[in-house]
Design a protein around this ligand. Structure first.
Ligand code: KMH
Ligand code: ZN
Length: 280
C-alpha cells in the first residue's frame, strides 16, 4: 500500500471560537497548528481563514499571511478551500487561488448542509475549475453525495477535468451521504481508475471511517473542521486527531507519507510554485 497521507482540516467555516478553545483563528495559530500536526504525521493542511474575532473571510491578504505562516513553520502541502462559507460568492471563494496554493478543493455538486444549501451548480463548478486552471492549482474533488462523483465524470466528459484525480469523500454532513463503511466502499468502487482518495467523516464517524480508510489503502482527513471531540465530552486539538490516526496506521503496519512523499504520490511538483508578490 502507498504511504498514508494525513490531511488536517484545522478550522473550517462553521465553528465558532465559543465552541472550542482549540480553533486556530489567526494566521499565527494556523502556523502553530501546522507545525504541531506535521510533527504528528500530517502531510497536508486544508485551509479556511478567519478574522481575528473568528468570522469567515476570503480576504486574499489574510490567506497570504496564513500561507506564509504555515510555510514558515512546516513543509505541509497547502490546500485552500474553494467552498468557503455558505453565502460567499464564487468570486470570494476563488479569490485566494491567485496565491497559487498547491491544491484547492472543488466540491462536485450542490448539497443540503444542515438547514442551509451549499451551492455548487455546474456553472459554479465550471467557474471554479477555470480559476484552478488559470492559476495552475490542483483540485481535490470533494464528494459529499454519491451523485457528486457522477457530476465529476460529467465535467471530465466536457473536457474540463482529466482523470485520475485526488478525491476526498466528505461523509456524514447533515444533508449529504451517511458516513457508513458500505457507502465508502460503494464510492471507492465507483472511482475512475488511478484515482487516489481520502475520507473525511463528520463527528463521531471520523475515527471509524479513518480507520477503515487506513486499512483499505485510502488516505485520511481529520481535524476540527469535521469533528471537535477526541472522545465524548472531551474537546480535541488538531494535532491530537492527527496523532491518533498516525498511531492506528502504525498498528496496522501502514507507513505515513511525508509531505514530499505525498507530493510524489499525488503527482504534485516537488517544489510549490512561487506565490505572486511574495517577498523574496
Ligand atoms: N464550509 C462549507 C460550506 C471546502 O472547504 O471546500 C464548505 C467546505 C468545503 O468547507
Ligand atoms: Zn473546508
Amino acid at each position: 500500500m502507498d504511504p498514508l497521507v494525513i490531511t488536517v482540516a484545522a478550522v473550517g467555516a462553521e465553528l465558532t471560537p465559543a465552541q472550542t478553545p482549540h480553533l486556530p483563528v489567526t494566521p499565527a495559530q494556523l502556523g502553530e497548528t501546522a507545525a504541531l500536526c506535521r510533527a504528528e504525521g500530517a502531510a497536508m493542511i486544508h485551509v479556511h481563514c478567519r478574522t481575528d474575532d473568528g468570522g469567515n473571510t476570503s480576504d486574499v491578504a489574510r490567506f497570504r499571511v496564513a500561507m506564509e505562516a504555515i510555510r514558515a513553520r512546516s513543509d505541509l502541502i497547502v490546500q485552500f478551500t474553494t467552498g468557503g462559507a455558505i453565502g460567499m460568492t464564487v468570486a470570494e471563494r476563488t479569490g485566494p487561488l491567485q496565491l497559487r496554493p498547491e491544491m484547492a478543493t472543488l466540491t462536485c455538486g450542490t448539497v443540503n448542509f444542515g438547514d442551509e444549501v451549499f451551492e455548487n451548480s455546474f456553472p459554479i463548478m465550471r467557474g471554479i475549475l477555470a480559476e484552478l486552471q488559470r492559476y495552475g492549482v490542483r483540485p481535490e474533488l470533494e464528494i459529499f453525495d454519491a451523485g457528486h462523483l457522477t457530476n465529476a465524470k460529467r465535467l471530465a466528459s466536457e473536457g474540463l477535468l482529466a482523470f485520475p484525480q485526488h478525491v476526498d469523500f466528505v461523509l456524514g454532513v447533515p444533508g449529504g451521504l451517511d458516513a457508513s463503511v458500505r457507502n465508502l466502499v460503494h464510492l471507492v468502487d465507483a472511482l475512475p481508475g488511478g484515482c487516489t482518495w481520502s475520507v473525511a467523516a463528520v463527528g463521531r464517524d471520523q475515527l471509524p471511517l479513518a480507520t477503515v480508510a487506513v486499512a483499505m489503502g485510502g488516505h485520511v482527513r481529520v481535524g476540527l473542521e469535521d469533528n471537535i471531540y477526541y472522545a465524548k465530552g472531551r474537546l480535541a486539538r488538531n494535532d491530537e486527531l492527527v496523532a491518533r490516526v498516525a498511531r492506528i496506521a502504525a498498528e496496522l503496519g501502514r507507513p505515513l507519507a511525508t509531505p514530499a512523499q505525498a507530493r510524489h504520490l499525488l503527482g504534485l511538483p516537488a517544489v510549490p510554485q512561487e506565490t505572486p508578490g511574495a517577498a523574496s
